[in-house]
Design a protein around this ligand. Sequence first.
Ligand code: HEC
Length: 99
Amino acid sequence: MRLLHRSIISAILVCAVFTGVVLAQDGGALFKAKCAGCHGAEGQGKIGPALKGTSLTADQIADLLTKGNDAKKPPHKKPLASLSADDAKSVAAFVKTLK
Ligand code: HEC
């Protein structure tokens, strides 16, 4: 009985950790899912320009993603609809780690 109890507790812990990971989407996974198709898996550029070593700050990148910029070509004329403000921040921080 005590053993069962312990495995239930560990199962709950594992679930909690897993949920935490899924909720706080990490920038790298977001980049792979939503940006790499155009900017390349390492941000080396593809359809879109290279992002590694960008001179933009993380804030400027997050702004571009969440607000769009009329002076830019699609898809960045408009905000990227599938990206929350928090997601934009994590993915922008990830872009700044690409070298
Ligand atoms: C459908 C293709 C596509 C997707 C998806 C896409 N981009 Fe872009 N991105 C572009 C293109 C094309 C440009 C160039 C726009 C221009 O210069 O007018 C660009 C430009 C940018 C720039 C500005 C670069 C600079 O030096 O001015 C940043 C930053 C950027 N993208 C980040 C992202 C991030 C982060 C994601 C994922 C959340 C993403 N993009 C998704 C195609 C895409």
